[in-house]
Design a protein around this ligand. Structure first.
Ligand SMILES: [Zn+2]
Length: 403
Protein backbone atom coordinates (compact mmCIF):
# COMPACT_ATOMS: atom_id res chain seq x y z
CA UNK A 1 0.00 0.00 0.00
CA UNK A 2 1.37 3.39 -0.97
CA UNK A 3 0.45 6.45 0.97
CA UNK A 4 2.09 8.67 3.48
CA UNK A 5 1.37 11.91 1.62
CA UNK A 6 2.04 15.33 3.13
CA UNK A 7 -1.33 16.65 2.02
CA UNK A 8 -4.28 15.83 -0.19
CA UNK A 9 -6.88 18.01 -1.89
CA UNK A 10 -10.17 16.15 -2.31
CA UNK A 11 -13.94 16.64 -2.33
CA UNK A 12 -14.05 18.49 -5.67
CA UNK A 13 -13.17 18.19 -9.33
CA UNK A 14 -9.89 18.35 -11.24
CA UNK A 15 -9.01 19.86 -14.62
CA UNK A 16 -5.67 18.09 -15.02
CA UNK A 17 -4.89 19.62 -18.47
CA UNK A 18 -2.90 16.41 -18.99
CA UNK A 19 -4.47 15.57 -22.36
CA UNK A 20 -3.52 17.22 -25.65
CA UNK A 21 -7.03 18.64 -25.91
CA UNK A 22 -9.83 19.33 -23.45
CA UNK A 23 -9.56 19.81 -19.71
CA UNK A 24 -8.54 16.30 -18.63
CA UNK A 25 -11.47 16.28 -16.21
CA UNK A 26 -11.53 14.02 -13.16
CA UNK A 27 -14.82 14.51 -11.33
CA UNK A 28 -14.72 13.75 -7.61
CA UNK A 29 -10.94 13.69 -7.87
CA UNK A 30 -8.07 13.91 -5.44
CA UNK A 31 -4.51 15.10 -5.77
CA UNK A 32 -1.90 14.11 -3.19
CA UNK A 33 1.37 15.91 -2.52
CA UNK A 34 4.69 14.71 -1.14
CA UNK A 35 7.79 16.91 -0.80
CA UNK A 36 6.26 19.64 -2.93
CA UNK A 37 5.49 17.33 -5.84
CA UNK A 38 2.33 15.63 -7.04
CA UNK A 39 2.56 12.08 -5.70
CA UNK A 40 -0.82 10.78 -6.79
CA UNK A 41 -3.77 12.04 -8.83
CA UNK A 42 -7.03 10.29 -9.74
CA UNK A 43 -10.53 9.53 -8.54
CA UNK A 44 -10.82 10.18 -4.81
CA UNK A 45 -12.43 6.75 -4.30
CA UNK A 46 -9.26 5.10 -5.67
CA UNK A 47 -6.70 7.00 -3.58
CA UNK A 48 -4.33 4.73 -1.68
CA UNK A 49 -2.75 5.50 1.69
CA UNK A 50 -3.17 8.37 4.06
CA UNK A 51 -2.23 12.02 4.12
CA UNK A 52 -1.02 14.10 7.02
CA UNK A 53 -3.38 16.91 6.04
CA UNK A 54 -6.62 16.91 4.06
CA UNK A 55 -8.03 19.96 2.25
CA UNK A 56 -11.72 19.77 1.36
CA UNK A 57 -12.47 21.40 -1.99
CA UNK A 58 -16.21 21.52 -1.16
CA UNK A 59 -17.22 20.77 -4.74
CA UNK A 60 -14.94 23.35 -6.30
CA UNK A 61 -12.49 22.92 -9.18
CA UNK A 62 -8.73 22.59 -8.94
CA UNK A 63 -6.44 23.29 -11.92
CA UNK A 64 -2.68 23.50 -12.33
CA UNK A 65 -1.30 26.82 -11.06
CA UNK A 66 -1.45 29.33 -13.88
CA UNK A 67 1.71 30.27 -15.78
CA UNK A 68 2.05 33.85 -17.04
CA UNK A 69 4.77 33.22 -19.63
CA UNK A 70 5.25 36.80 -20.96
CA UNK A 71 5.41 39.87 -18.71
CA UNK A 72 7.34 43.09 -18.26
CA UNK A 73 6.40 43.14 -14.58
CA UNK A 74 9.44 45.06 -13.30
CA UNK A 75 9.23 48.72 -14.22
CA UNK A 76 8.79 52.17 -12.69
CA UNK A 77 6.71 55.11 -13.80
CA UNK A 78 3.16 55.35 -15.02
CA UNK A 79 1.88 55.84 -18.55
CA UNK A 80 -1.57 56.99 -17.44
CA UNK A 81 -1.03 60.57 -18.61
CA UNK A 82 -0.17 59.24 -22.06
CA UNK A 83 -3.35 57.12 -22.01
CA UNK A 84 -5.37 60.20 -21.11
CA UNK A 85 -3.67 62.44 -23.69
CA UNK A 86 -4.38 59.94 -26.47
CA UNK A 87 -8.06 59.87 -25.51
CA UNK A 88 -8.12 63.66 -25.49
CA UNK A 89 -6.96 63.55 -29.09
CA UNK A 90 -3.19 64.09 -28.81
CA UNK A 91 -1.07 62.86 -31.69
CA UNK A 92 1.83 60.46 -31.38
CA UNK A 93 4.21 63.42 -31.87
CA UNK A 94 2.62 65.39 -29.05
CA UNK A 95 2.84 62.41 -26.72
CA UNK A 96 6.49 61.86 -27.63
CA UNK A 97 7.25 65.58 -27.06
CA UNK A 98 5.56 65.36 -23.64
CA UNK A 99 8.03 62.58 -22.77
CA UNK A 100 5.71 59.59 -23.29
CA UNK A 101 6.33 56.21 -24.84
CA UNK A 102 8.68 53.36 -23.97
CA UNK A 103 11.54 55.77 -23.25
CA UNK A 104 9.52 57.33 -20.41
CA UNK A 105 9.36 53.89 -18.78
CA UNK A 106 13.09 53.52 -19.45
CA UNK A 107 13.91 56.83 -17.74
CA UNK A 108 11.78 56.03 -14.68
CA UNK A 109 13.21 52.52 -14.44
CA UNK A 110 16.80 53.74 -14.71
CA UNK A 111 16.17 56.30 -11.95
CA UNK A 112 14.42 53.89 -9.57
CA UNK A 113 16.38 52.09 -6.89
CA UNK A 114 16.32 48.32 -6.66
CA UNK A 115 14.08 48.54 -3.58
CA UNK A 116 11.62 50.85 -5.31
CA UNK A 117 11.39 48.53 -8.32
CA UNK A 118 10.95 45.55 -6.02
CA UNK A 119 8.04 47.18 -4.15
CA UNK A 120 6.27 47.99 -7.42
CA UNK A 121 6.81 44.47 -8.75
CA UNK A 122 5.54 42.93 -5.50
CA UNK A 123 2.25 44.82 -5.80
CA UNK A 124 1.73 43.61 -9.38
CA UNK A 125 2.72 40.04 -8.54
CA UNK A 126 0.18 39.99 -5.70
CA UNK A 127 -2.61 40.66 -8.21
CA UNK A 128 -1.37 37.90 -10.50
CA UNK A 129 -1.25 35.45 -7.59
CA UNK A 130 -4.81 36.40 -6.62
CA UNK A 131 -5.82 35.31 -10.14
CA UNK A 132 -4.24 31.87 -9.86
CA UNK A 133 -0.65 32.48 -11.01
CA UNK A 134 2.18 30.41 -9.51
CA UNK A 135 4.83 30.92 -12.21
CA UNK A 136 5.64 34.19 -13.94
CA UNK A 137 8.15 35.09 -16.61
CA UNK A 138 9.65 38.58 -16.24
CA UNK A 139 11.66 40.40 -18.90
CA UNK A 140 14.22 43.14 -18.57
CA UNK A 141 14.25 45.74 -21.36
CA UNK A 142 13.53 49.07 -19.68
CA UNK A 143 17.11 49.57 -18.54
CA UNK A 144 18.81 49.48 -21.94
CA UNK A 145 22.22 49.94 -20.37
CA UNK A 146 24.28 47.26 -18.65
CA UNK A 147 23.74 48.30 -15.02
CA UNK A 148 20.02 48.99 -15.38
CA UNK A 149 19.35 45.73 -17.23
CA UNK A 150 21.18 43.76 -14.52
CA UNK A 151 19.24 45.70 -11.88
CA UNK A 152 15.91 44.70 -13.43
CA UNK A 153 16.88 41.03 -13.62
CA UNK A 154 18.11 41.01 -10.00
CA UNK A 155 14.78 42.52 -8.90
CA UNK A 156 12.90 39.80 -10.77
CA UNK A 157 14.96 37.06 -9.09
CA UNK A 158 14.53 38.66 -5.65
CA UNK A 159 10.77 38.92 -6.16
CA UNK A 160 10.58 35.16 -6.69
CA UNK A 161 12.69 34.44 -3.61
CA UNK A 162 10.75 36.81 -1.35
CA UNK A 163 7.23 35.85 -2.46
CA UNK A 164 7.72 32.12 -3.04
CA UNK A 165 6.43 32.13 -6.60
CA UNK A 166 8.46 30.77 -9.48
CA UNK A 167 10.04 33.57 -11.50
CA UNK A 168 11.60 32.82 -14.88
CA UNK A 169 13.77 35.70 -16.15
CA UNK A 170 14.39 36.86 -19.68
CA UNK A 171 17.00 39.36 -20.87
CA UNK A 172 15.37 41.79 -23.33
CA UNK A 173 18.16 44.30 -23.96
CA UNK A 174 16.97 44.35 -27.58
CA UNK A 175 13.67 46.02 -26.64
CA UNK A 176 14.45 49.51 -27.98
CA UNK A 177 17.51 51.52 -28.98
CA UNK A 178 18.24 53.87 -26.05
CA UNK A 179 18.60 57.60 -26.78
CA UNK A 180 22.39 57.63 -26.24
CA UNK A 181 22.74 55.23 -29.22
CA UNK A 182 20.04 56.62 -31.47
CA UNK A 183 22.54 57.80 -34.09
CA UNK A 184 24.53 54.55 -34.05
CA UNK A 185 22.21 51.61 -33.51
CA UNK A 186 24.88 49.11 -34.48
CA UNK A 187 26.94 50.26 -31.49
CA UNK A 188 23.99 49.30 -29.28
CA UNK A 189 23.66 45.86 -30.90
CA UNK A 190 27.40 45.37 -30.31
CA UNK A 191 26.98 46.49 -26.69
CA UNK A 192 24.31 43.84 -26.22
CA UNK A 193 26.45 41.13 -27.81
CA UNK A 194 29.87 42.07 -26.39
CA UNK A 195 29.00 43.28 -22.90
CA UNK A 196 25.41 42.76 -21.79
CA UNK A 197 24.93 39.12 -22.83
CA UNK A 198 28.24 37.90 -21.32
CA UNK A 199 27.52 39.76 -18.05
CA UNK A 200 23.97 38.43 -17.81
CA UNK A 201 25.20 34.89 -18.51
CA UNK A 202 28.13 35.16 -16.06
CA UNK A 203 25.81 36.25 -13.24
CA UNK A 204 23.21 33.62 -14.12
CA UNK A 205 20.54 36.29 -14.15
CA UNK A 206 18.57 35.22 -17.23
CA UNK A 207 16.92 31.95 -18.19
CA UNK A 208 16.43 33.10 -21.80
CA UNK A 209 16.99 35.97 -24.23
CA UNK A 210 14.27 37.88 -26.09
CA UNK A 211 14.23 40.55 -28.81
CA UNK A 212 11.61 42.94 -30.15
CA UNK A 213 11.81 42.19 -33.87
CA UNK A 214 9.62 44.81 -35.57
CA UNK A 215 10.00 47.66 -38.05
CA UNK A 216 10.08 50.13 -35.11
CA UNK A 217 12.64 48.09 -33.16
CA UNK A 218 15.22 45.49 -34.27
CA UNK A 219 15.57 43.96 -37.74
CA UNK A 220 15.58 40.21 -38.37
CA UNK A 221 19.31 40.47 -39.20
CA UNK A 222 20.09 42.20 -35.87
CA UNK A 223 17.90 39.69 -34.03
CA UNK A 224 19.76 36.80 -35.67
CA UNK A 225 23.15 38.20 -34.54
CA UNK A 226 21.96 38.68 -30.97
CA UNK A 227 20.39 35.22 -30.80
CA UNK A 228 23.47 33.49 -32.23
CA UNK A 229 25.52 35.13 -29.46
CA UNK A 230 22.95 34.09 -26.83
CA UNK A 231 22.91 30.51 -28.09
CA UNK A 232 26.72 30.37 -27.86
CA UNK A 233 26.40 31.29 -24.19
CA UNK A 234 23.95 28.42 -23.70
CA UNK A 235 20.85 30.63 -23.38
CA UNK A 236 17.51 29.76 -24.99
CA UNK A 237 15.84 32.42 -27.13
CA UNK A 238 12.30 33.70 -27.73
CA UNK A 239 10.95 36.49 -29.85
CA UNK A 240 8.44 39.39 -29.96
CA UNK A 241 7.35 38.70 -33.52
CA UNK A 242 4.93 39.86 -36.21
CA UNK A 243 2.88 42.10 -33.86
CA UNK A 244 2.77 45.20 -36.06
CA UNK A 245 3.64 43.68 -39.42
CA UNK A 246 4.88 40.46 -41.04
CA UNK A 247 8.69 40.40 -40.82
CA UNK A 248 8.78 36.62 -40.92
CA UNK A 249 9.39 36.58 -37.16
CA UNK A 250 7.63 33.27 -36.64
CA UNK A 251 9.83 31.60 -39.25
CA UNK A 252 12.92 33.23 -37.74
CA UNK A 253 11.96 31.83 -34.33
CA UNK A 254 11.63 28.38 -35.92
CA UNK A 255 14.99 28.70 -37.69
CA UNK A 256 16.76 29.70 -34.46
CA UNK A 257 15.17 26.99 -32.30
CA UNK A 258 13.28 29.50 -30.14
CA UNK A 259 11.14 28.41 -27.21
CA UNK A 260 8.36 30.72 -28.37
CA UNK A 261 7.32 33.43 -30.78
CA UNK A 262 5.07 36.01 -29.13
CA UNK A 263 2.22 38.27 -30.39
CA UNK A 264 2.05 36.95 -34.03
CA UNK A 265 -1.00 38.97 -35.14
CA UNK A 266 0.49 39.35 -38.63
CA UNK A 267 2.28 35.99 -38.93
CA UNK A 268 2.01 34.35 -42.36
CA UNK A 269 1.01 30.73 -42.94
CA UNK A 270 4.62 30.04 -43.90
CA UNK A 271 5.74 31.24 -40.45
CA UNK A 272 3.02 29.30 -38.65
CA UNK A 273 3.86 26.12 -40.57
CA UNK A 274 7.57 26.54 -39.75
CA UNK A 275 6.70 26.99 -36.06
CA UNK A 276 4.62 23.82 -36.16
CA UNK A 277 7.47 21.83 -37.69
CA UNK A 278 10.04 23.20 -35.23
CA UNK A 279 7.80 22.88 -32.14
CA UNK A 280 7.91 26.61 -31.35
CA UNK A 281 5.10 27.64 -28.99
CA UNK A 282 2.99 30.65 -29.98
CA UNK A 283 2.44 33.08 -27.09
CA UNK A 284 -0.70 35.13 -27.75
CA UNK A 285 -1.24 38.41 -25.92
CA UNK A 286 -4.88 39.51 -26.17
CA UNK A 287 -4.38 42.25 -23.55
CA UNK A 288 -2.07 44.23 -25.84
CA UNK A 289 -4.39 43.55 -28.81
CA UNK A 290 -7.28 44.98 -26.78
CA UNK A 291 -5.43 47.95 -25.31
CA UNK A 292 -4.01 49.02 -28.70
CA UNK A 293 -7.39 48.44 -30.37
CA UNK A 294 -5.75 46.22 -32.98
CA UNK A 295 -8.01 44.79 -35.66
CA UNK A 296 -6.01 41.87 -37.07
CA UNK A 297 -6.19 38.87 -34.72
CA UNK A 298 -3.44 36.23 -34.72
CA UNK A 299 -4.10 33.36 -37.18
CA UNK A 300 -5.67 30.94 -34.71
CA UNK A 301 -7.13 28.67 -37.43
CA UNK A 302 -3.67 28.29 -39.02
CA UNK A 303 -2.15 27.50 -35.63
CA UNK A 304 -4.71 24.76 -35.11
CA UNK A 305 -4.11 23.45 -38.64
CA UNK A 306 -0.32 23.29 -38.19
CA UNK A 307 -0.41 21.93 -34.64
CA UNK A 308 1.18 24.98 -33.01
CA UNK A 309 0.74 25.11 -29.24
CA UNK A 310 -0.98 28.35 -28.21
CA UNK A 311 0.05 29.87 -24.87
CA UNK A 312 -1.53 33.02 -23.40
CA UNK A 313 -0.02 35.69 -21.17
CA UNK A 314 -0.79 39.13 -19.72
CA UNK A 315 2.16 40.96 -21.36
CA UNK A 316 1.85 43.11 -18.22
CA UNK A 317 3.52 46.46 -18.99
CA UNK A 318 2.81 50.13 -18.54
CA UNK A 319 2.42 51.13 -22.16
CA UNK A 320 0.40 48.52 -24.03
CA UNK A 321 -1.08 46.06 -21.52
CA UNK A 322 -1.39 47.30 -17.92
CA UNK A 323 -3.15 44.06 -16.98
CA UNK A 324 -2.53 41.83 -13.97
CA UNK A 325 -5.47 39.41 -14.27
CA UNK A 326 -5.10 36.05 -15.96
CA UNK A 327 -8.85 35.28 -15.80
CA UNK A 328 -9.40 38.49 -17.79
CA UNK A 329 -6.81 37.32 -20.35
CA UNK A 330 -8.69 34.00 -20.67
CA UNK A 331 -11.90 35.89 -21.40
CA UNK A 332 -10.18 38.14 -23.95
CA UNK A 333 -8.67 35.11 -25.71
CA UNK A 334 -12.17 33.69 -26.08
CA UNK A 335 -14.00 36.89 -27.04
CA UNK A 336 -11.32 38.58 -29.16
CA UNK A 337 -9.47 35.59 -30.65
CA UNK A 338 -12.36 33.06 -30.62
CA UNK A 339 -10.31 30.49 -28.76
CA UNK A 340 -12.35 27.90 -26.86
CA UNK A 341 -12.31 28.08 -23.05
CA UNK A 342 -10.41 24.77 -23.04
CA UNK A 343 -7.79 26.17 -25.42
CA UNK A 344 -7.53 29.27 -23.25
CA UNK A 345 -7.01 27.27 -20.05
CA UNK A 346 -4.41 25.10 -21.80
CA UNK A 347 -2.75 28.35 -22.88
CA UNK A 348 -2.08 29.38 -19.29
CA UNK A 349 -1.16 25.90 -18.03
CA UNK A 350 0.44 23.21 -20.22
CA UNK A 351 1.25 25.49 -23.15
CA UNK A 352 2.43 28.30 -20.89
CA UNK A 353 4.82 25.74 -19.39
CA UNK A 354 5.97 24.71 -22.88
CA UNK A 355 6.65 28.36 -23.77
CA UNK A 356 9.12 28.48 -20.86
CA UNK A 357 10.64 25.06 -21.50
CA UNK A 358 9.05 23.77 -18.27
CA UNK A 359 6.52 21.24 -19.54
CA UNK A 360 8.38 18.30 -17.97
CA UNK A 361 7.85 19.74 -14.50
CA UNK A 362 4.94 22.21 -14.70
CA UNK A 363 1.62 22.95 -16.34
CA UNK A 364 -0.46 19.81 -15.72
CA UNK A 365 -1.68 17.72 -12.80
CA UNK A 366 0.49 14.65 -13.29
CA UNK A 367 2.56 12.56 -10.90
CA UNK A 368 6.09 13.92 -10.47
CA UNK A 369 5.27 17.49 -11.41
CA UNK A 370 5.37 20.43 -9.01
CA UNK A 371 2.32 20.71 -6.73
CA UNK A 372 1.25 24.11 -8.07
CA UNK A 373 -2.52 24.56 -8.02
CA UNK A 374 -5.26 27.13 -8.36
CA UNK A 375 -8.68 26.53 -6.77
CA UNK A 376 -11.76 28.03 -8.40
CA UNK A 377 -15.32 28.80 -7.27
CA UNK A 378 -16.89 27.64 -10.54
CA UNK A 379 -19.40 25.06 -11.77
CA UNK A 380 -17.21 24.09 -14.73
CA UNK A 381 -13.70 24.99 -15.94
CA UNK A 382 -15.16 27.09 -18.80
CA UNK A 383 -16.52 29.47 -16.17
CA UNK A 384 -12.97 30.62 -15.32
CA UNK A 385 -12.96 32.36 -18.72
CA UNK A 386 -16.62 33.35 -18.78
CA UNK A 387 -17.19 36.69 -17.03
CA UNK A 388 -14.81 39.53 -17.91
CA UNK A 389 -13.40 41.19 -14.82
CA UNK A 390 -14.65 38.42 -12.55
CA UNK A 391 -12.02 36.50 -10.59
CA UNK A 392 -13.22 33.15 -9.26
CA UNK A 393 -9.85 32.10 -7.87
CA UNK A 394 -10.13 31.18 -4.18
CA UNK A 395 -6.59 30.03 -3.45
CA UNK A 396 -3.21 29.59 -5.06
CA UNK A 397 -0.91 26.76 -3.96
CA UNK A 398 2.83 26.59 -4.76
CA UNK A 399 4.76 23.37 -4.10
CA UNK A 400 1.92 22.17 -1.88
CA UNK A 401 1.90 25.37 0.23
CA UNK A 402 -0.72 28.15 0.07
CA UNK A 403 0.76 31.36 -1.34
ZN1 LIG B 1 6.02 41.97 -24.44
Amino acid sequence: MQGDFDAVWTGGHLATMADESGYGVIENGAVAVKNGLIAWVGRAADMPGRAAGTHDLRGRWLTPGLIDCHTHLVYAGSRVREFEMRLEGATYEEIARAGGGILSTMRATREATEDELLDLAHARAEKLIAGGVTTVEIKSGYGLDLDSELKMLRVARTLGEERGIEVVTTFLGAHAVPPEHKDDRDAYVRLIIDQMLPAVAAEGLADAVDAFCESIAFTPAETRRIFKAATKLGLRVKLHADQLGDLGGGALAAELGALSADHLEHASEESVAAMGRAGVTAVLLPGAFYFLRETVAPPIALMRKHGVRMALATDCNAGTSPITSMPLILNMACTLFRMTPAEALAGVTRHGAAALGLLDTHGTLEVGKVADFAIWEVESPAEIAYAPGDNRCLATIKGGQPL
